[in-house]
Ligand binder design. Structure first.
Ligand code: AMP
Ligand code: MN
Ligand code: MN
Length: 339
């Protein structure tokens, strides 16, 4: 696929024990800890945020945790413990001693909370994106980690902080969703070992699978039907794509927040290596989700179009309409194929 001149990033990094210890010390000497994760939060953004919120509260810290846009909390994650501890972003103090950003490849992913993160006296960046631009004073960034939730678990272990069943449920949710139920290439022996430890710590595996994967609303089920019916394959690119519009959302009654796994329904088509789903937003812009397999990489494609992500799971927002966004995407994919 496309090769783009990248800015310095986290490729090849791992998290050293001394970095984990530095983060532990930073937490221990702070009374107030602020936490946040990325806009359009997924299971890992929420699981790592809530798991760390619960664990640090149990350590007696005053934890101020918020999503940059609280209204984006997806319904399938309402069961997560600790949700009631989330505050409005306005309540996050300025100039805090410590701010921890979770699952964000860069500070822009924090949107409105970015100034508070950057204004904190110490900023810790915990993430697993290979395009992470190392924006923290301390970067716990490991592109080899399955999920940010896995890294949070390593941090808890380093601090000797307890993983209660509630913490374990949050972190396991991050692991299971970011690995596509332990199917994607990021399902490493370490990820499975952490999953096992979280199960032993009391993560409610039955609740997680029921709530995340078997509680789909009828409206969303119908929306999936529309998207699948429209799916098309471009054989020369090994691409399968589809789209949903604001009108589809209105007519089915589904919400955009419910659509995180829509791409997973598409990406299984035989003979394809790249899947794309285009989602029309309220303001007419289009959010594009990309997935790839069998050696194809979509991270560089998303970066070329102003977004980012992992080699096999990436995304961006396009200012064009659906038709225009699709045309632009095909252009970039074709350019990549021909060098
Ligand atoms: P999604 O398709 O929204 O599930 O996103 C897939 C991956 O791409 C996730 O790891 C996201 O964090 C990343 N991603 C999506 N949109 C953007 C963006 N605008 N900028 C940077 N990374 C993104
Ligand atoms: Mn994420
Ligand atoms: Mn993640």
């Amino acid at each position: 696929m496309v090769i783009v001149a990248d800015k310095p990033d986290a490729r090849g990094r791992t998290v050293r024990e001394e970095d984990l210890q530095a983060a532990v010390r930073a937490v221990e000497k702070s009374t107030v800890v602020c936490l946040s994760s990325h806009v359009n939060p997924d299971g890992d953004a929420l699981g790592s945020l809530l798991g760390l919120t619960l664990a640090l509260s149990a350590q007696g810290k005053a934890v101020y945790a918020a999503l940059p846009r609280p209204e984006q909390f997806p319904p399938q994650y309402h069961f997560l413990p600790g949700r009631e501890m989330l505050r409005d972003p306005e309540e996050i103090p300025e100039g805090a001693d410590l701010f921890i950003a979770l699952d964000c490849s860069n500070a822009e992913r924090l949107e409105g909370l970015r100034p508070k993160a950057e204004g904190a006296r110490f900023l810790v960046n915990v993430d697993h994106h290979e395009d992470n631009n190392l924006f923290g004073h301390l970067d716990l960034v490991d592109p080899g980690a399955s999920s940010t939730s896995e890294l949070v678990y390593r941090l808890l272990r380093a601090g000797g902080w307890e993983s209660t069943p509630e913490v374990a449920t949050c972190l396991y949710t991050g692991l299971v969703t970011d690995t596509g139920r332990f199917q994607h290439r990021n399902t490493s022996p370490e990820a499975l070992a952490v999953a096992s430890e979280l199960a032993a710590a009391g993560a409610d595996l039955a609740l997680i699978s029921r709530e995340v994967y078997e509680s789909q609303s009828l409206s969303y089920t119908r929306l999936v039907g529309r998207a699948l019916e429209r799916a098309e394959v471009l054989e020369d690119l090994g691409l399968v794509f589809s789209y949903i519009t604001q009108r589809d959302l209105r007519e089915t009654g589904a919400s955009l927040q419910e659509t995180e796994d829509l791409i997973d329904h598409l990406r299984t088509v035989r003979g394809t290596r790249v899947a794309a789903i285009l989602k029309e937003l309220e303001d007419g812009k289009v959010r594009v989700s990309l997935r790839s397999r069998d050696g194809a990489e979509v991270g560089p494609v998303a970066r070329a179009l102003g977004g980012g992500g992992h080699a096999n799971a990436a995304g961006y927002t396009s200012d064009l309409d659906i038709e225009g966004s699709l045309a632009r995407l095909l252009e970039v994919l074709r350019r990549g194929r021909h060098g």
